[in-house]
Design a protein around this ligand. Structure first.
Ligand SMILES: Nc1ncnc2c1ncn2[C@@H]1O[C@H](COP(=O)(O)OP(=O)(O)OP(=O)(O)O)[C@@H](O)[C@H]1O
Ligand SMILES: [Mg+2]
Length: 234
């Protein structure tokens, strides 16, 4: 059965998309079957992958009931890794679905029908705690929270944790925190040690051992993250 991980932090630039893409690619390199769900209306993942056979529908169609999730999935060019692409039409979903019953559970129902096909389903989310992110939290087994290692580390965190708590107490009892992932770590800055100490003091064992450095080639760090998540999931 696939592990469904939502990558969430409504603070912009925390490293959600970088985490979603590198982690998906790393897991696929490790021979896992991976589906990346691109739930950010402003994302540009369509240009990141050399998609030859585009799916007939987008995630906006799926969320608005015009297609199944299956019909939005296409290959990425990386073996074992598939993607369901979103686009700016997802903004419309947040408005049209506002009064719809079960509006937070649409993605969950769609993923339920597909999760046996994958080892991992990773959901990239927008920088808001709106209906799209709620759908990701209701669909997920786990939430991975990237935190940018700078003076804004705790910005918005109370609101995010309260939302996760609310979802796990109401719409999704199985939801748990996979971990806080500290990103943009620059060991040369004096503030880095202070920030890491504060994060660990606040969130303890939930802070992942893997740190994502500031840099260009992040493959080794994301391999370490994949290993850590695998060992925690067993
Ligand atoms: N470890 C890193 N080292 C260097 N640059 C990084 C790193 N992680 C992310 N970036 C860069 O920081 C910017 C923000 O990262 P990313 O898009 O992953 O964040 P996000 O949380 O998805 O943002 P948004 O909320 O806007 O969707 C991007 O330009 C990305 O290339
Ligand atoms: Mg993003």
């Amino acid at each position: 059965m696939g592990r469904i991980i939502a990558i969430v932090n409504h603070k912009g630039g925390a490293g959600k998309t970088t985490t979603a893409t590198y982690l998906a690619e790393t897991l696929a390199d490790n021979k896992k079957k991976v589906l990346l769900v691109d739930l950010d209306p402003l994302s540009s993942l369509a240009t990141r992958y050399p998609i030859e056979s585009k799916a007939p529908y987008s995630l906006a169609d799926c969320m608005e009931g015009r297609s199944s999730l299956d019909q939005c999935v296409c290959p990425t060019g990386t073996e074992g890794m598939m993607i369901a692409l979103g686009n700016h039409n997802l903004i419309g979903f947040e408005i049209t679905a506002m009064h719809q019953e079960d509006r937070e559970s649409i993605l969950s129902r769609q993923i339920d029908g597909m999760k046996t096909q994958y080892d991992y389903v990773l959901i990239d989310t927008p920088s808001s705690l709106g209906l799209l992110t709620m759908n990701a939290l209701v669909a997920a087994d786990e939430v991975l929270i990237p935190i940018k290692c700078d003076y804004t580390i705790f910005e918005g965190m109370a609101e995010l944790l309260r939302t996760i708590d609310d979802v796990s107490n109401s719409l999704n009892g199985k939801l748990k925190i996979a971990g806080f992932l500290v990103t943009h770590v620059n060991p040369e800055l004096r503030s880095t040690a202070v920030n890491l100490k504060e994060i660990r003091m606040c969130y303890g064992e939930s802070v992942l051992h893997t740190l994502i450095p500031e840099g260009e080639d992040l493959r080794d760090s994301f391999q370490a993250l994949a290993d850590e998540l695998n060992s925690k999931g067993q």
